[in-house]
Design a protein. Structure first.
Length: 178
């Protein structure tokens, strides 16, 4: 995204102070939702596992493997995305001359893929595997996070699209196909 393209977005937000404040509020708080909810999912899964163990169910071992997936798939995906991002080290949009983001950041490089998008997407897939209704809500939150990262000027569209696609893709493969 060029500074001129972003300036149009920024001008539109600056012309609507209430919308601008809503974007800033959501950008600050919405990314916390998947990360706060993930430990809740792990607690729920472990409570279910202990219930299976208590009644001596043979399904307890299979369920333990599902819990391991719920931990390993997001962890490996996050690690892979972080390593890829460090290797590629693409510039952030605001590192271009004349680009003034809505949210000031000092981070240099490490823009592609967006780790917020990748992490939210893989966590959404993890929720989707166990609790589809919550998973759908998490997918919607992921898409909003992607849009917000672009609106505030800290990522470009390819950064968030690739991050989300990688998170959704690796999450789907890890949670359903492996």
């Amino acid at each position: 995204m060029t500074p001129e393209q972003y300036r149009k977005i920024r001008d539109g937000l600056d012309a609507r102070p209430t919308l601008r404040q809503l974007v800033l509020f959501c950008n600050h708080w919405l990314p916390a939702v998947p990360f706060v909810c993930y430990p809740v999912l792990l607690v729920i899964l472990n409570v279910q596992w202990f219930a299976l163990l208590r009644v001596g169910s043979a399904a307890a071992l299979d369920f333990m493997q599902q819990i391991a997936r719920a931990i390993l798939v997001p962890g490996i995906t996050f690690w892979f995305g972080t390593a890829l991002r460090a290797r590629l080290n693409r510039l952030r949009p605001y590192e271009q001359p004349g680009f003034v983001p809505l949210v000031a950041k000092e981070t240099k490089g490490h823009s592609f893929p967006s780790r917020h998008a990748l992490s939210a997407a893989v966590l959404a897939m993890t929720w989707l595997r166990f609790f589809p209704a919550v998973g759908v809500a998490m997918v919607i939150i992921t898409l909003l996070i992607c849009a917000l990262r672009v609106l505030v000027g800290v990522h470009s569209v390819p950064d968030v699209l690739f991050g989300a696609a990688l998170g959704f893709g690796l999450g789907a493969v890890g949670m359903w196909l492996l």
